[in-house]
Design a protein. Sequence first.
Length: 377
Amino acid sequence: MERERLFTEGSVKLLIPEKEPVFYNPRGALARTLGVLALRVLRDNFGEAIIAADAFTGSGIRAIRYVKEGGALRVYANDSSPFALEAAERNALLNKVRSRIKFSSRESIRFLWSLKEREVFPHFLDIDPYGSPAPFMEAALLASRIGGYVYITATDLAPLCGIRREAAFRNYGALTARTDFCHEAGARIVIGTAQRIAGRHASLFRPLMTYYDGSALRILLRTERGRKDFPGDLIGFTAHCPRCKHRTCFRMKGKWTVRCEKCSTELEIIGPLWLGDLHDREFLERLKSKAAEYDGREGRKIAGLLDKMEGEIGMPPYYFDIARVSDMIDVRTPSTEKVIELLKRAGFRASRTHFNGRGIKTDAPISALADLMPRAL
């Protein structure tokens, strides 16, 4: 008999074959916990009979947690790999939720279209591919329920961070650059792409939460209908000066410039991308209330993360890595909290960001930040 490893995540026990190609990433546990909490929030909106769908179920961990912890009445779980599907079914049996999970083995886009054709319209749709989610966005939009949530993953961080720019342009129709805020810019490119796809169908996606876990982006969107409500004024570009590190943003309907207003160097343009908020304040508050039952280390981690996300709301669509700024002005890297305190005293808005432990979101220009930082030592 093939050897298997036993994992525990949340309330779920998981058996993963050591040799068969069944994907399970323990590092994604917090992102999955956030998905469970979001599903609980959704139950408050729609009641008990919540239907979820998992287009890339892998080991089955998400589908099982959505039933056991999220309270989903039924989950449609799909994977194109027969090895993964067999493992997922065994894990569902192990956790005594097999009767509430309907498994299928199809190519993921076909699975999503089949949900629409059967008029299933799940309240919660999880899209967790390897690589870019862009090929699945249209099918996910049309398969989802109005007011429901679509939880998407992007693991193609190299293209989104300007390392393979041709792949980013092919998948997202966007320009990328290697900057210290590239992971936030990448998330905004993914959201901007989703919005443009939704707009073709007189719809829009409302960003509820955006999370970067160090290896992937997880973005929770609410599906809404309405041609008139399409947020076209929140789609545009960020611009980064490779010389003096000044940064700014341009809206699609605004005036653009290709040279830095500080040093006249040609700017690196990033986008089109989403310029609006990455999180919804009311949703985060509801998420906090659902997360209150978690105690110990996990509870503190969730609370700290949600606090940082809340601080990002209403801030510019980029951040500064103070270690990079320190190198630029040749000083030691000061305390992040001390720099934030000095920025606020000087009349600027400033907050930490969950994207980078040394990152600061602020409306201060790079020149003001560089002047203040030595005083924080």
